[in-house]
Write a new protein. Sequence first.
Length: 94
Amino acid sequence: MTIQKFQQQIEAIYFKKDAKRGLPLTFTWFVEEVGELAKEIRKEQHDIDRLREEFADVFAWLSTLASLLGISLEDAAEIYAEGCPKCHATPCEC
Ligand SMILES: [Zn+2]
């Protein structure tokens, strides 16, 4: 699945709901999901299935925020296509 397909899928599933909720409240949900990912990362024994789910949730909420602001995540990711955006090297030499 490409980043663009993912964003389109999340829009198809949640955009109406997220647009109705609005940007400020949707952002707090995103932060809450980041917190849940942090909890999974902090565990001494990593549960790969739980980590996978939390990464998916964070990515979904990030995607919906981008959609609410009219940002294409695929286009945003292009900023890193040619290496570090500052020094343009891969790996970064900054
Ligand atoms: Zn750099």
